[in-house]
Design a protein around this ligand. Structure first.
Ligand code: GDP
Ligand code: MG
Length: 404
């Protein structure tokens, strides 16, 4: 590793935060506190309401957000007539604290938005997706106004764009202009909401069958920007890996946490247990590395699912993966052997020395400092490899589709 890289690997703000964590407490106490803060970060709930007319594609949208096909176990039932009058929760498969709520349809003649919102207990949601397909309707405006009036945010998602484009192509093959149709649909929705008094409506066009196209990426980046900071991390981790941009955002979110995980795993080393060699907490590192693999969809189940979704052979996807570790099962023995590698030790020392420049405690508790540097570099290089491989796999599955 080039020592100049250290500035980007361990940026100034991370070092400052680390320095603060060590103020007025010893190494073990600081590490334990950091560990606790990480656990609570993972526990932050994110409740997303998905509402709109029956048949607009709410349940399908929920399934794609959870990375599930319609037929898969635990998927929301699609194409069924809705009979429930209560919101049904669907948990994210990897992040149980992220819950998508499938709300009852809003199309009945007697629809009263504020009563409806009370009925579904609107206050529990962080934000709403209003799903619309085909025509933009009055009920969308009324619902948007009521959500606004209750102090909540909403995003208008216009689904089934694939069907609109197909219909236009069939009707008017000679003058078919995709960009123009998309602009028309978008403007129609924005104008409708604007006329209803919504000043800066957020409208996204998408197809749940071709998520990689249209505005899905824009929707993710907008949400990331607009969510309160404490919710952003959990939201980022729950994103489907369908965009290069999503991979980047996820990778950044994870990178910001590496020093915390490294410190948490080094607490054990700073407090050697008699009879045991001081070192990083391997069980802890296994857990974090598994989390990285899962989040980037590089585990067997996710890869198989991705291959199926894009009609590819899984071996084709595996063939573009460069790092041996990406596809290997993360076990205690594997991590133990990685920690002993000479290249890792050299890089780890550099990290420790560099960090100790700002956080002297890392230098003074030798065993803890070395364990910190080792865990940091292990996680950093593993995360970089997995994220890059996920990017290669994504390019492979998307090689014949054009992204917007
Ligand atoms: P809900 O009643 O709002 O939950 O709607 P569903 O999710 O059950 O979807 C209703 C129908 O629309 C189903 O047959 C879905 O397969 C279909 N559908 C949903 N999203 C899309 C989409 O983006 N494009 C197309 N072409 N069909 C969709
Ligand atoms: Mg439904």
């Amino acid at each position: 590793m080039d020592p100049k890289e250290l500035h980007s690997v361990l940026p100034h703000n991370a070092l400052q935060e680390m320095k603060l964590a060590f103020e007025h407490q010893d190494f073990v106490a600081a590490a334990e506190n950091i560990k606790r803060s990480l656990v609570s970060l993972d526990d932050i709930p994110l409740n997303v309401a998905v509402t709109g007319e029956s048949g607009s594609g709410k349940s399908t949208f929920i399934n794609v957000l959870r990375g599930l096909g319609d037929e898969e176990e635990g998927a929301a039932k699609t194409g069924v007539v809705e009979t429930t009058v209560v919101a049904t929760p669907y948990f994210h498969p990897r992040h149980r604290n992220v819950v998508y709520w499938d709300l009852p349809g809003i199309e009945t003649a007697s629809f009263k938005p504020s009563e409806y919102l009370e009925l579904v207990k609107f206050h529990q949601f962080d934000f709403f997706f209003i799903i619309g397909s085909e025509r933009f309707r009055n009920c969308h405006i009324e619902l948007a106004q009521a959500i606004n009036a209750m102090g909540k945010k909403f995003y208008f998602v216009r689904t089934k764009i694939d069907a609109d484009l197909n219909a236009s192509r069939r009707l008017n093959p000679r003058n078919y202009n995709e960009e123009q149709i998309l602009t028309q649909i978008r403007e129609n929705c924005i104008k409708g909401l604007f006329a209803g008094g919504i000043l800066c409506p957020r409208v996204f066009l998408l197809s749940s069958f071709e998520l990689e196209k249209y505005d899905f990426c824009l929707m993710q980046t907008t949400l990331e920007r607009e969510l309160p900071s404490h919710k952003r991390h959990v939201f980022l981790l729950s994103l489907p890996n369908i965009y290069t941009q999503a991979l980047k955002m996820k990778s950044e979110a994870f990178k910001n946490q590496i020093w915390k995980h490294a410190l948490a795993s080094a607490a054990k080393a700073a407090l050697p247990i008699p009879g045991l060699l001081p070192g990083s907490d391997i069980d802890y590192l296994v857990k974090v590395m598994k989390e990285y693999k899962g989040a980037f969809g590089m585990d067997q189940t996710s890869l198989a699912h991705l291959a199926q979704t894009f009609d590819k052979d899984i071996s084709e996807l595996r063939s573009v993966v460069r790092s041996q570790l990406t596809l290997q099962e993360i076990t205690w023995e594997l991590v133990e052997s990685l920690l002993k590698r000479r290249e890792l030790t050299a890089a780890a020392l550099m990290v420790t020395q560099y960090a100790a420049g700002t956080v002297p405690m890392l230098g003074s508790v030798a065993a803890g400092g070395v364990a910190f540097g080792t865990a940091f570099w292990l996680l950093y290089s593993f995360l970089t490899d997995v994220a890059e491989d996920a990017g290669r796999v994504l390019s492979k599955v998307l090689e014949n589709t054009c992204q917007y």
